[in-house]
Design a protein around this ligand. Structure first.
Ligand SMILES: [Zn+2]
Length: 317
């Protein structure tokens, strides 16, 4: 996988901008608009504004569609808005509060397992994540399932694809079969330059994620364009969906069996079980499995397989 900084024209009117994010890839997309560009995601602080400053990218940014509330998808929005005050910022209602208020994003999304399980990133990681969000921003427009993107030179339609976040959206062009995927599908976890998963997959809302995977299987996708993988053909995407689904059931099975055998387990113990079973990444990335683990425990508890005690222990029922 190519981890340099650059841009490629996928076809006239559709560009992918990419750069390294640590050992991983970060991509976001630009669609030609009748008088400028519509962005699908906005990278980290400086991702696009530095290109504009250096003159390696140009044109008016008319709209920034934020696929979901994560620092590496919205970090440059506030600076872009300063440069283009008319730019419309859009996201789904279910992620809106986090897209607008980055202190809440960090506390509630990145600190999601703190209250229930006492698990959290170290303070220095939380503050690095907060910095990566850039300044707060205002959302001008909410996106809903089925909305068309005004002004884009092709009919792009919004798909609500929750699972990684509650308000995740993809853009779908039925005419060409192109799908701008964001982080809706996470396979075995985002790869490093060699293609090996470099961190755990961060799906979290498991029932929604499984529905989203099923829904995407039913689309006739010619090219899927994720943020942390290079664009993939329809066949590769079908395999990617299969791997993503397999990951969920593999993890659920492992947790279920472990809790059955032990009777009870702590969140940190289960986090280690998942990481040690599948991790091709270093211990520094273990904490990222907390999103999926949190979601798996909700899923298993809704199925009546486990209970979460008041002190955060996961107990066999
Ligand atoms: Zn994300």
């Amino acid at each position: 996988m190519n981890l340099t900084k650059g841009a490629e024209e996928i076809r006239p009117g559709l560009w992918r901008l990419f750069e390294p994010l640590g050992e991983r890839l970060l991509s976001f997309y630009a669609l030609r608009h009748e008088d400028g560009w519509v962005l699908f995601d906005a990278g980290v602080p400086g991702s696009l504004t530095s290109r504009l400053r250096q003159g390696v990218w140009s044109g008016d940014i008319r709209k920034a569609i934020i696929s979901h509330a994560d620092a590496d998808h919205l970090g440059d929005v506030a600076s872009l808005k300063q440069q283009y005050p008319e730019m419309v910022v859009a996201c789904h209602q279910a992620d809106r509060a986090w897209v607008e208020d980055h202190d809440r994003l960090v506390q509630e999304r990145y600190g999601h397992a703190k209250n229930r399980f006492g698990h959290c990133y170290p303070p220095e990681v939380m503050s690095a994540l907060r910095q990566m969000c850039g300044d707060h921003c205002v959302v001008d427009c909410e996106l809903n399932e089925g909305d068309q993107i005004d002004g884009a030179d092709q009919a792009w339609c919004v798909l609500h694809t929750p699972g990684h976040s509650p308000g995740h959206v993809c853009l779908w062009c039925a005419e060409t079969g192109e799908l701008l995927l964001g982080d809706a599908v996470l396979g075995y976890g985002p790869p490093d330059a060699t293609g090996k998963p470099s961190m755990p997959p961060t799906h979290q809302y498991i029932a929604d994620y499984l529905k989203t995977l099923q829904r995407l299987v039913e689309l006739s996708v010619s090219t899927a364009m994720p943020c942390h993988w290079e664009p993939m053909s329809g066949d590769m995407f079908t395999e990617f969906l299969r791997q993503s689904r397999e990951t969920v059931y593999r993890d659920l099975g492992l947790l279920h069996d472990f809790i059955r055998a032990q009777g009870q387990a702590s969140f940190s113990e289960l986090l280690l079980v998942l990481n040690r079973s599948w991790g091709t990444w270093g211990e520094a990335d273990y904490a990222h499995y907390s999103y999926a683990l949190d979601g798996y425990l909700d899923y298993l508890s809704n199925q009546g397989c486990v209970e979460i005690s008041d002190n955060g222990l996961v107990v066999r029922t």
